[in-house]
Design a binder for this molecule. Structure first.
Ligand SMILES: Nc1ccn([C@@H]2O[C@H](COP(=O)(O)O)[C@@H](O)[C@H]2O)c(=O)n1
Ligand SMILES: C[C@@]1(CO)OP(=O)(O)OP(=O)(O)OC[C@H]1O
Length: 160
């Protein structure tokens, strides 16, 4: 059996709007995250963690932000691509862990729905998916609520 570990990090800034997409869940909020895609910062970090575990570059290399094809794209497209790449190489997700860094919105009330959404996209059991959050104690860009940061870890293993 072979194990591989990857990490991912992403940031998206706030702009005008009334909701944010976080780990596949539409969360009502006074502002929206800006990006070329739907700006689901948690899903992007997890996607990058899988690419990292596979040593397969990063999300921008697979889905260039200069390519109009991905304008407004739903981020499950990116995560589905990464997990398929893992499976094509003989790996399965052992477990993954996403941390969202923001003062608001509060993630706790949505964390189970986020775990469920990510698990469904990757076609894995929900107990292999963790989503949690922290504030940055009002420090820095996340503390000033200028944007949201996300970190993710993915552990892959071969079935053999
Ligand atoms: N956006 C957030 C941030 C935090 N939480 C929950 O609150 C707990 C305390 O946060 P601290 O930054 O003060 O440690 C944290 O452990 C989360 O459970 C949240 O739900 N959403
Ligand atoms: C996801 C992509 C898709 O074009 O665009 P963004 O929504 O801007 O997100 P980012 O995290 O900056 O990653 C780059 C791109 O791959």
């Amino acid at each position: 059996m072979e194990f591989r570990l990857g990490n991912g990090y992403d940031v998206h800034r706030f702009g005008e709007g009334d909701h944010v997409w976080l780990c596949g869940v539409k969360v009502p909020h006074g502002r929206s995250l800006q990006g070329h895609s739907d700006a689901d910062v948690g899903m992007h970090a997890l996607t990058d963690a899988i690419y990292g575990a596979l040593a397969e570059g990063d999300i921008g290399q697979h889905f260039p932000p200069t390519d109009p094809q991905w304008k407004g794209a739903e981020s499950h497209i990116f995560l589905r691509h990464a997990i398929k790449l893992a499976r094509d190489k003989g790996y399965e997700m052992m477990n993954c862990d996403v941390t969202l860094v923001c003062e608001r919105p509060k993630v706790g009330p949505h964390a189970q729905a986020m775990r469920r959404a990510l698990a469904e996209i990757m076609d894995i059991a929900m107990d292999k998916v963790s989503v949690k959050a922290t504030t940055s104690e009002r420090l820095g860009f996340t503390g000033r609520e200028e944007g949201i940061a996300a970190l993710a870890t993915a552990a892959l293993m071969t079935q053999r």
